[in-house]
Design a protein around this ligand. Sequence first.
Ligand code: GLP
Length: 263
Amino acid sequence: MRVVIQENYEKMSRWAASYIAGKINAHKEKRPFVLGLPTGSSPIGVYRELIAMNKAGKVSFANVVTFNMDEYLGLPKTHDQSYWYFMHDNFFNHLVDMKAENINILNGMTEDPEGECRRYEEKIASYGGIDLFMGGIGVDGHLAFNEPFTSLSSRTGVRDLTTDTRIVNSRFFGNDPEKVPAKALSVGIGTVTDSREVLVLISGHNKARALAATVEGSVSQKWTCSALQMHNGAIIACDEAACGELTVDTYKYFLDIERKERL
Ligand code: GLP
């Protein structure tokens, strides 16, 4: 696992955006570059940077196919807290050459959640898998909506959200946890770790325990983010604020070996 520590959120975002753009630009095959994407406040800075690069002609999305991590069950696309809405509002609508037919987001209004999730996995496989999955994590270490105790080999499926997650996410639902949907559709931990590369953004003091669990903890279904330790191409991009629970040795080690990446 690589851990790239930047001074703050802006630099973490800039580093991650240029890493992703570099991967897209280096992709010379005819088949599309397949990019997995998250929602949340963590990736907003990356989206902002990628939009600017796209508008400046520094990266094209014409040959990129995207798969989003998750979606609330029961929210229509038009709901301003649906992840479909978030992705279009914060990212897709601003790109100059993203093709609508290349955007894949689980349908939260499906009548057949199991079938929807199966088809999602089949569609990912039909493209030959995901080249790079960008993710964020929750304060309890959930990756996508894979809450604590979700199997580390799970595939796309229906997930029950924990009370903790509903409380954390209630900031977007008028601070009322009851208004946060209780279920979601989510790619599995196995879906994420099957990707050729995984890049996870972790920033802020409130993610310090989750970062330590991801990097230093035991591999455990209690912290589903810890499954990244078993992946051969996992990168954590984080800021100083999130490093508060790492041991000094770990912190110094990664600063040292990744010093050329420091912005
Ligand atoms: C939600 C999403 C996750 C995301 C997490 C963290 O629960 N389902 O995919 O990683 O929030 O969000 P934030 O980046 O806002 O802290």
